[in-house]
Design a protein around this ligand. Sequence first.
Ligand code: ADE
Length: 230
Amino acid sequence: MDIVTLFPAMFEGPMTQSLLGRARDRGLINVQIHDLRRYSAGDRHRTVDDRPYGGGPGMVLQAEPIYKALKAIKAAGTRDFGGKQKFYVIYMSPQGRVLTQKQALDIAARPWVIVLCGHYEGVDERIMDFVDEEVSIGDYVLTGGELPAMVLAETVLRLIPGVVKEPGSLLEESFQERRLDFPHYTRPSVWRQRRVPAVLLSGNHQAIKAWRSKRAQSATLKKRPDLLSR
Ligand code: ADE
């Protein structure tokens, strides 16, 4: 995955810590962060934006620096993969399709994903000819595409084999499009007069499975009935 951004430093935390940091260290995932300003026209201020035609507030990211960034990434990737690499370009935008677990699975199956982070009022619409899909992380507006790109990266990259330690947890999650998880408990079995449900201490795996399924169902009904009617 290649991420093109005006703010590469914002990615340092999420990409070096925790799950993604470990996966990167172990060579399971290849995430490169690209500074869009590297592809500016080369003026002293390394400009990549300009005022909108037709007037109005804010600045618009120019098409050419983004085009050049895409071209450079694709050129490097094509060399690595014998010229056969298929790139999939995603633009993070509140106008995109809202990200779901199913969509994350589709994206994870792509051999090479390039993620563009927008900023200011948006990007020059003409760059959309080079974008395969716009992705939103929800119906609310952020200042830029950086945090959304991190959400997308974490959601997609944890689906890559080996990134998450127990593949079983991924399998269970495949249902989470339509159903919430069951409640979890850990030691101590009694905490401030609150007991762990007895069935979980019974050692009866069949009974535990049935209880979890029932509780997942009732939690969904109570907290997210919209998932069941979808
Ligand atoms: N950029 C700004 N807001 C966004 C959102 N909700 N999803 C994706 N990209 C965005």
